[in-house]
Write a protein that binds this ligand. Structure first.
Ligand code: AMP
Ligand code: MG
Length: 278
């Protein structure tokens, strides 16, 4: 990768630009040539992430929010497992958004999202998110079109507010090909230890592939903003997906440069107080 280029620069959908998903190759590996180069770099990302997260937690004023979206089997769970393997769970706030519960349904769509935002010092992790309300909801016409249409603007306003309150937002679309999804679904059938992951409903969603791609394309395009851009992560290669998201998290945190607070302890006086009684 050329010096000075960041992975975020390579994968960002520039605000105002088309998402152009069909021009982005899900097998591409922007920024790294091969798996054998990526593996040691990934180990380095994980090492840096651990230290940066600890400083963020200690500083306790700002947060990071990683949003993961993608079709079934695109690797949302795998990303959580690999990229967060080295961080202290005490500083991570993870939420997997499912079909809204009856209680959630009684509120506006952002209600459950606000409640799951990271607190100061935390890294928030959304496995699916408020974007489902313009994805699955749109594809299945779960609300009338005028309702989901105005959500793009509501989302942009919401994210702007979250960013302004000190949360760096990293939104990743795990871009996987139709063929790769088939292989992954078949792999789940082939391995008895993966049967629990197989949902027959996923086949029904797969049949709506084109509608989902159109919905993703609009969401990414309309909601890639300066305070909260979208990144399209080629995800047919799992090692690349992990490498890229690890790198982007490190870049985000390094840029924030969290610091250990200095509470101004009077070291000598405190040492004296700890001296054993004579
Ligand atoms: P999974 O991530 O595979 O555990 O599945 C969670 C399911 O919840 C997916 O089928 C999502 O489409 C669905 N889901 C998440 N958020 C919403 C929402 N706001 N409205 C309807 N379905 C949702
Ligand atoms: Mg699923």
């Amino acid at each position: 990768m050329a010096k000075g280029t960041s992975v975020r620069d390579l994968l960002r959908v520039e605000p105002g630009e088309p998402a152009a998903l069909e021009d982005r190759n899900p097998r591409a590996t922007p920024g790294v040539k091969s798996r054998s180069k990526a593996v040691p770099q990934m180990a380095e990302h994980l090492r840096r992430l651990e230290g940066l997260q600890e400083r963020l937690y200690a500083e306790s004023t700002r947060s990071v929010l990683l949003v993961l979206q993608g079709m079934d089997t695109s690797g949302k769970d795998g990303t959580v497992k690999h990229v967060f393997s080295g961080v202290n769970p005490a500083g991570v706030r993870m939420t997997a958004f499912k079909q809204p519960t009856p209680e959630e349904q009684r509120h506006a769509f952002l209600w459950r999202i606000r409640r799951a935002l990271p607190h100061p010092g935390e890294v928030g992790l959304f496995n699916r998110s408020h974007y489902e309300d313009v994805l699955v909801v749109r594809v299945h016409s779960l609300v009338p079109e005028p309702v989901w249409q105005k959500r793009y603007i509501e989302i942009n306003r919401f994210e702007e507010e979250v960013a302004a309150s000190g949360t760096a937002i990293l939104k990743c679309f795990l871009h996987m090909s139709y063929d790769e999804q088939r292989s992954r679904l078949l792999a789940r059938l082939d391995d008895p230890n993966k049967h629990w992951k197989f949902k027959e409903g996923d086949i029904g969603e797969r049949r709506l592939w084109a509608q989902y791609q159109a919905a993703y394309s609009d969401a990414v395009e309309r909601c890639s903003t300066q305070p909260a851009p979208w990144y399209v992560v080629p995800s047919d290669r799992k090692w690349y997906r992990n490498w890229a998201i690890g790198a982007m998290l490190v870049e985000t945190l390094a840029e924030m440069d969290p610091r250990y607070p200095d509470p101004g302890l009077e070291i000598d006086r405190l040492r004296n107080r700890l001296a054993p009684p004579n």
